[in-house]
Every structure is written in C-alpha cells, then in structure tokens.
Design a protein around this ligand. Structure first.
Ligand code: CMX
Length: 132
C-alpha cells in the first residue's frame, strides 16, 4: 500500500453538504463527477495530505444508497493508493482476504479500483485504487 489516497464519505445530498466543506471548513473543491460503474456522484475535497470523497447515490442499486438506509451519513470507506492493483489483489487473496471484485473496475478520477470485504477487514471497507 503506497498511501491513503482518499476517505469516502456517504452523503444524501451532495449540493446540500458541499458548503460545509468549502465554506465552513474552507477546504478546496477539486472536482465533481459521476461514476456510472458505481452509480454515484462524487465530489473530491482537498484536505491537504488526503482527499475526502463525498459520495451521493444516483440510484437505489447503489451501494451508497443501501449504506445510507442502514447506517445513515458518515464514513463509508478508506482507499489506499497502490501500484500494480492486480498483483496487490492476488497477494491479498493468497493471504485469505475476501475481495469484492474479481478484476479492478473503473472508478472516480480515471482510477482502477477494487474493494476488500469489511468482514475480512475487521469491519472496515477498504478500497485499492491505482491511477495511471
Ligand atoms: N463499512 C463497513 N461495514 C459495512 C459497510 C461499510 N461501508 N457496508 C456494509 N457493511 C457491513 C454491514 O454493516 C453488514 O454487516 P453485518 O452483517 O454485521 O450487519 C455487512 O457489511 C453486509 O452489509 P449489507 O448492508 O447487507 O450490504 P451488502 O452485503 O449488500 O453490501 C458491501 C456491502 C460492502 C459488500 C457493498 O457495499 C459493496 O460491494 N461495496 C463495494 C462497492 C462500493 O461500496 N461502492 C460505492 C463507492 C464507490 C466509489 O468509491 O466510487
């Protein structure tokens, strides 16, 4: 694992929470984008040494929709930036970690991403993400 790339935070309404981050906390908004493969609209906030990824569900099928229904708004996942995501996935599989993806998927910011099951990670949903 190279570093923590971002922390994912589930929100119900992106536009409603953005002023808290940009005005109240005074953190810069980097970009907003829709990630079709995950059914989410995301905003990246620059928090200095790490990014905050605010995640709003775009459909009821979204993992974020289900998370909000069950747990409400809050921290959803922690993403490690990695190099060689397929090799990292294979190493983790060999160590008995349950992965939620067979192959990396396209995620936000043009990254390839894969998730580790929270049951394998003591209750934390971790993401691996690799940028070109
Ligand atoms: N963090 C920690 N635990 C979580 C969790 C999370 N974000 N989401 C679910 N869980 C736990 C639940 O609490 C539940 O635990 P218990 O059985 O002890 O109650 C268990 O995992 C199963 O949860 P569930 O609500 O029944 O939901 P599912 O099993 O259907 O899905 C998960 C959970 C993690 C497998 C699914 O959300 C997933 O595949 N996530 C990966 C993809 C994703 O999260 N995409 C959105 C982000 C996209 C992006 O960053 O671009």
């Amino acid at each position: 694992m190279k570093k923590v790339d971002h922390i994912g935070i589930a929100v119900r309404d992106l536009n409603a929470v953005l002023p808290y981050y940009t005005e109240t906390l005074g953190l810069p908004l980097m970009k907003i984008e829709e990630v079709e493969s995950q059914n989410v609209r995301v905003a990246f906030i620059d928090a200095g040494n790490v990014k905050l990824e605010l995640l709003e569900p775009m459909a009821e099928e979204s993992a974020i929709f289900k998370f909000l229904e069950k747990k409400g708004e809050g921290i959803h996942h922690i993403a490690f930036g990695v190099v060689g995501i397929e090799e990292r996935m294979e190493e983790l599989r060999e160590k008995g970690v349950q992965l939620l993806n067979d192959k990396p998927k396209p995620g936000a910011g043009g990254a390839m991403v894969a998730f580790l099951h929270p049951k394998s990670s003591n209750g934390v949903l971790y993401e691996l993400c690799e940028k070109e």
